[in-house]
Design a protein around this ligand. Structure first.
Ligand SMILES: NC(=O)c1ccc[n+]([C@@H]2O[C@H](COP(=O)([O-])OP(=O)(O)OC[C@H]3O[C@@H](n4cnc5c(N)ncnc54)[C@H](O)[C@@H]3O)[C@@H](O)[C@H]2O)c1
Length: 267
């Protein structure tokens, strides 16, 4: 059975750990790690299998596949350590992978695979297929409730008073790379789209603040040789973290399921 370790036991890590603990996958949860040790201990106690709470190094040592569900800030420590041990990885903080081609090169050299689940969007399968041909245009518009944007780097640095917004307003327009830097905790969808499309094609991102909104709504438009694709997801936020959509956690579990199954559906 595939041995899995998890870094980060927040909204996403908890869902993955619970799915593994309930034997929904043909895989075994062998360790948890989190900078908030008490939080990880608490989850471990709740789980039937009581996985050990260990350091990042030990978690990576014990597993065959290391799941990151922590933060962009965790990647500069986590990824090199996992690469050094030759571990496969599943990365949720996708924005932290942009501009890190050296990690992809090292993964290739060390025969490691980096899995990036679709996260809070759908349609990456079609976009990957479309990318075999020429892509002319790729755009993401994300509509987010005020609670999901409050405290983000961009909003704080610009002193945006989101509570005073009466109507929805575009607060950011730029490239996927700029979005990942400006909104490290909420721009993973932009980063996933960036990684799915040929690097030569710019990915334009708009972020819209929606007063009174309750869902994270992502709309992707891609035009190319294949034709046109429009994809819209209206995501219910996780109860424990309004920045995170439930679909993101489910997509991580679905990716792990895919790995342990002999029938794999979808591109
Ligand atoms: N790919 C996607 O579409 C998508 C969607 C939503 C969230 N995310 C990302 O997934 C990650 C996890 O999301 P979440 O909602 O579960 O977050 P969360 O804040 O609910 O939980 C994160 C956990 O990781 C721990 N952590 C954070 N940084 C750490 C570090 N450097 N070292 C050790 N532990 C650390 C925290 O203590 C916390 O327990 C975030 O980076 C988030 O932006 C990705």
């Amino acid at each position: 059975m595939l041995k899995i370790g998890i870094l980060g036991v927040g909204a996403i890590g908890r869902v993955i750990a619970t799915a593994l603990d309930q034997q929904q996958l043909d895989a075994e949860l062998v360790a948890l790690a989190d900078q908030d040790h008490a939080r990880a201990e608490c989850l471990s106690k709740e789980l039937f299998g009581h996985p050990p709470v260990v350091s990042i190094d030990e978690m990576i040592e014990r597993c065959e596949l290391a799941v990151e569900a922590a933060s962009q800030a965790a990647l500069p420590e986590f990824v090199p350590k996992a690469l050094a041990q030759g571990r496969d990885m599943l990365i949720m903080s996708v924005g932290g992978l942009l501009g890190r081609e050296e990690w992809f090169r090292q993964a290739h050299e060390r025969n490691c695979t980096i899995y990036v689940p679709s996260g809070a969007i759908a349609g990456l399968d079609g976009i990957k297929s479309a990318s075999i041909g020429r892509i002319e245009f790729a755009q993401l518009t994300s509509r987010k409730p005020i609670a999901a944007l409050q405290g983000s780097k961009y909003v704080v640095e610009r002193g945006l008073q989101l509570d005073g917004f009466k109507e929805e307003a575009v607060i950011f327009e730029g490239t996927a790379e700029e979005a990942a830097r400006a909104f490290p905790a909420t721009s993973n969808v932009a980063a996933s789209l960036r990684l799915a499309v040929d690097p030569a094609v710019p990915v334009r991102v708009r972020i819209v603040a929606v007063p009174g909104g309750s869902e994270n709504v992502h709309e992707i438009r891609v035009h190319g040789e294949f034709g046109k694709l429009t994809m819209k997801v209206e995501n219910v936020p996780s109860k424990s973290n309004p920045r995170t959509s439930q679909l993101a956690a489910f997509s991580a579990v679905a990716t792990l399921k895919n790995l342990t199954r002999s029938l794999r559906v979808g591109t």
